[in-house]
Structures are given as structure tokens and as C-alpha cells.
Ligand binder design. Sequence first.
Ligand code: NAD
Ligand code: AHE
Ligand code: ZN
Length: 681
Amino acid sequence: MELKSTNKAFGGEVRKYTHASTATGTPMTFSVYVPPAASLAKCPTIYYLSGLTCTDDNAVQKGGAFQACAELGCMMVFPDTSPRGDDVADDDAYDLGKGAGFYVDATTEPWAKHYKMYTYVTEELPALIEANLPAAPGLKSICGHSMGGHGALTIAFKSPNAWASTSAFAPICNPVECPWGRKAFAAYGVDGAAHDATELLKANGKAVYPDVLIDQGLDDQFLADQLGIDAFEAAAAAAGQKVSIRKHAGFDHSYFFISSFMADHVKFHVNALNKKAEETALVDVAVADDAMLAEFAKTAGKPITCKAAVAWSANQPLSDETVVVAPPKAGEIRVKVVANALCHTDVYTLEGQDPEGLFPCILGHEAGAIVESVGPGVTSVSPGDHVIPCYTPQCNQPACIFCASPKTNLCPAIRGTQGQGVMPDGTTRFTTVDGKEIFHFMGCSTFAEYTVIAEISAAKINRRMPLNKACLFGCGVSTGLGAVWNTCKVTAGSSVAVFGLGAVGLAVVQAAKMAGASRIIGVDLNKDKFAVASKLGCTDCVCPADHGDTPVQSVIVNMTKWGVDYSFDCTGNVQVMRAALECAHRGWGESCVIGVAAAGKEIATRPFQLVTGRVWKGTAFGGWKSRSSVPRLVERCLAGELPVDHYVTHQFEANGDVAKATNEAIEALHGGNCLRAVVNY
Ligand code: NAD
Ligand code: AHE
Ligand code: ZN
């Protein structure tokens, strides 16, 4: 594989490669878009098949796919449409031979020698891509235009397990019935019905995909004689295959048409790929433990009496209580909490600093758990599944503009009731044995042996991940990583300042290092944090107390001349938030608030700081869309790409007294040398 050219687009790269193909026996060229996210993790891949007469260049230069690919973190591969070369057979006409490989394997000479585009696209190229580029193994989808639309639909219908989804622009849907198809199949000696999307639908007689997206211009000059979309639509209806065929007046067969709807197709595929990523993440795990399932079957639908650490009021130690956990209602699940890590926010609320703090309540929101039972209508998880409760849910409803947007993770579906410490129906699932109601917390309440959460707050993960490690991805660590990769999108070579080197701050350091930041300045009042911070990537560590009256922001500006490209507050202290902003680079520095400030606290700075180009922003849970992203973080950790053991500095065994162990964890956090204290239930 030889790299022929590279161009930059939306922070990613457009690369053109040539390689000696074994399938076609000729040199083959293809282009690929590698998104910025690929520097951090392997990405799902969309294969785009071009139409007659095209090479990979057409779609690369005119397809308009890269912004969406960059935003959604997926690669896109553009193979050529046929073998090329002097000794490759060709035809004078544009619809046969070079530029018209029809994504089939020819059996008749002179075509049989090189025209093996089916094998090339379905086997050779994906193997080459997965072996040499940051492509997530087996996570691929396929789309295409015209002849490429025919290829995308037929290839997908023939091997639905290999392709997560398929879509097309003005596809040749019934080639056995159109001049292009009949000519090609006859010349290439191919059984047309085996390479005809409409005929395959008829042959399958059932749906193979949840949906297929097709866009068709109504002013398309080939619509009447070549494309056969009506036959396809009828066959799909007969087979019960959902197809979303969008017909657009005022559009023809051109790349103007394709580029107008390309982003929708990328989104369509990324949704399907995310779904497949979740599903496949679970296949290779140990089966649920039958004994546990048998236990769960006994308690399903009934109240469970168990132990919990209840906060009766602010600034009081947690109290060891026996509580009754009601069964999950519609859209809810009840989970057995296996391990819980303490986050500063739990302490912040326990100390009465949270404006939304309600007592009595069961705190806790960074846990690993197992599904005990599910309420009516729950489909995404089942008893025995391993989940991480997420305080930022993801409803994925078509009407949810937040879940639909790549710009945010702040799904508001249950935020109102969550802030009121109750379930979406406005009631609690926790009572004392004498019936006193107890509030939920952050939609999680994992300081209890059993808790009830909304289905949309449960991220289903790989059972191979120990739950007392998985819990770390429920809040602090994910938040720090996401603040760098999602919220600020820190680029290689950047300078970064991180205020507060607890678990959140250190995750920012780890992520900045992985993103290729060239200078990472760690700031903390507690110098004990500097050793681990340096190991994770800090190039400099600053203790404000060492600089007398010099404001720490000035210390950092003096160290860097104009300030840092990115700064992060991970303390929750509003003065520190100000310092973080004011040490950001003149002209373009971005400062991200992660810390949670106490009630009544507000941030302030001179507007001049913003006028002169600094940007102040914030993040909740690092911008991660919880149910689709947390399982992938867990996979990366399992794959060794994302070490997190260093965050667990303390472990406690509850042995039936969650309160005692959690109070010890709180002690440890206050001790100053604790990052995460994990309590095993
Ligand atoms: P932590 O207590 O473990 O770490 C805080 C660190 O900040 C400590 O090392 C402490 O020494 C340092 N610090 C405190 N005051 C400082 C100051 N004035 N100057 C320099 N350093 C100072 O907390 P954590 O669990 O890492 O959480 C950090 C913050 O992030 C908390 O406010 C927490 O509530 C918040 N948080 C926010 C999100 C979110 O989604 N936005 C998620 C998790 C945590
Ligand atoms: N209840 C507080 C808000 C607290 C806050 O900002 N929480 C963070 C998560 S902290 C996790 O340890 C968050 O994600 N907020 C977004 C949200 O919707 O709550 C208050 O100020 O009222
Ligand atoms: Zn937290």
C-alpha cells in the first residue's frame, strides 16, 4: 500500500493510496478520509461506491462527506469503479469496462481476468483497510451512487452480517431490467438476479435491515429507463423491508444532488454502526451467570429490601439503613450495584452545596451494576446485562433534537424529574421499611445495593470488564477524557493547563497527552498530586502557593508568553475558573469549566478577556452521549488503549454496610491523596 497524496479537511486527512490488488491482479487506487477522532481510537468505516465513469476522485472532491465524518468520527473509503491499466480489457462505451466494473466478478473473457470488483470491495479492500488504517474491525457500512448504489444495496443484501447498514443515491435498483444492467451482466457472464437488489429482496422475502435510506432526484435523466426504483420499492414492501426512499424535485443524477444529502447518509450509517458497536461489544462476553439470573427471577416484580447509605441531611455522615426498593415501572430498570466509586460531586451535595440537593436521599452516580429486572416496554437491556448508570441519559428519540445533534450530549428527556430527586413519573422507588420516602440523586443513587434508573440512563457494557473498574467510566474519568476530546477537541502540538489534579483533572492530562499536546501544565495546591500528574503527561506542575502574590494565571502566561491554547478547571472553585480563563491564549485560548461550583457561586472576569479572543465553555460528562459512547470507552480500555487502573487509589469492602465503607471513602477523598475510592458491595 503506497500513499500517493494527503490533504487536510475538517481536522482530518484525505489520503489516496495505490496497492497491488490480488483480486483484480492490477494496481488499484482508493481514497480514504481519516477523521480527527482516528488519532484517539479505531473508527467505524463507511464504504462509498461510485457510479459509472467515476474514479475515487469524483466523490472525494464533490461528495461533501467530510464534515459529517469529522463530526461523527467515522472513516470513509472510496474505491475505484474498476481495474485500470494498459492490459486491462475495456470497451468504447462508458457503461462497460473501465469505470463500469458493476461490483461483480466477471466470469467471461476478456473481463474475467481482472474484473473482480465484488471480491475486491467485499473482501480484499476491507481487510487491507482494517490491517493498515485505524478502522474498527467489522464495523462497516456501505453506500453508493447509481452503479455504486446498485453495488451498495446488493453487497449489503447478500451479506447483512458483514455490513451494519446500506444506503444509496439514485441507485440502479433492478439492473436485470435496465439496459445498463443487462449489457454488463451479459458481457461479464454474471447471474444478474444474484446481483440485483430488487431480485435479492424478492429472493430473501424478508427484511434484512431495520431501514435502508435512498435519495432520488426526480429530474434525474436516468430515472425512467435505468434506475427502476419503483420495482425496488414494490419488492421491499412485499418483503416487509423498510426503505426510506426520499424523492427530491429539482435534483438530477449529479454530485450536486449527492452532496446535498450526503451528511444525512453519514449520520444514518453512524447511528447503525454505533448500534452494532454496542451489540457486538456484548457478544463475546461470558454468558450471564445462571444462578444470578435465577435469583433475579425470584425478585422481579417485587419490592427488594436491601442496605443503603442514606444521607438524612447535609453535613452528616451517611447512615446505614435498610431500604425498600420498589420494582421498576415502565421504561425503568432495577439494577444490583456491584461497585461504586466516590466522586467529588457526591461530597459537594452531601456538604449542602448543591442547589438541587434534597434530603433524605441516596447519593452515588459512578458505579458498575447488573440488571436485576426491567419494567414494561424496556428493550435495550435485559436481566444479567452489565451496565453503567449514567446521569446524562440518551433517549435517542427521533424527536429529541439533543440526541439527534452531534453538538451535545445533554438529553433533557428526564432532567426535570431527575433534578427533583424522583423517577420520570414523579415518584420515588426508595422508602424506609416504615414507608418514609427517600429521594433519588442524579438519576442514579448508587449508594444502595439495588437502585432503579431509567432505561435511557443505562449504558450496556462488555461483561469482560470488571465492574469495580467499569464504574470509573460512570463519571469523573469519562468527563475528563471527553472534555479534551469532545468539548475542546484539543489538537496535537497544543499547550494545555489543568487546574485541579484529582481524578477528573488527571483524566484531562491523560487525554491531552493522547491527543498529542506538546505542553501540559498541571496546577494544584496539593503537591502530592504532581508525581502521578507527571507520569500521565504533565510537562510542568505549578503550586499557586509557591508564587506568593503572583496570580497563578500570570505565572502561566509568563511561562508560555501568550498563555495556553486550552485550559480546564477541575476544582469547582470560581476563582480558579477565572484563573483558567485568564491564562488562556490571547486571540484563541479556550477555557473549559468542568468543576461544579457551590450554590450561589458565580464566575466573573473582565469582558476584555473575551473581547481579546478567549472562549469560556463548559462540559457535562465530557460531552459523551452516554449509551453509545460509554460502551466504546470500556472497549478501548479492554483493548489496552485506555489504562485507568491508576485512578483507583483506595478500595473498601462494604460487607453489607454500604454506609460505613462509603464514609471511609469520603474520609479518604478528604485525605488529599485519593483519586478514586471504590467500594465493593
Ligand atoms: P477531587 O476533589 O478529587 O479533585 C480536585 C482537585 O483540585 C484536588 O486535587 C485539589 O487539591 C485541587 N484543588 C482544589 N482547590 C484548588 C485550587 N484553589 N487551586 C488548585 N487546585 C485546587 O475532585 P474530582 O472528583 O476530580 O472532581 C473535580 C471537579 O469536577 C469537582 O468540582 C466535581 O464536582 C466536578 N465534576 C464535574 C463533572 C462534569 O460533568 N462537569 C463530572 C465529574 C466531576
Ligand atoms: N445540581 C447542580 C449541577 C451539578 C452539575 O453541574 N452536575 C454536572 C455533573 S457533575 C458529575 O460529578 C452536570 O453534568 N450537570 C449537567 C446537568 O444537567 O446537571 C446545580 O448547580 O444545580
Ligand atoms: Zn461525578
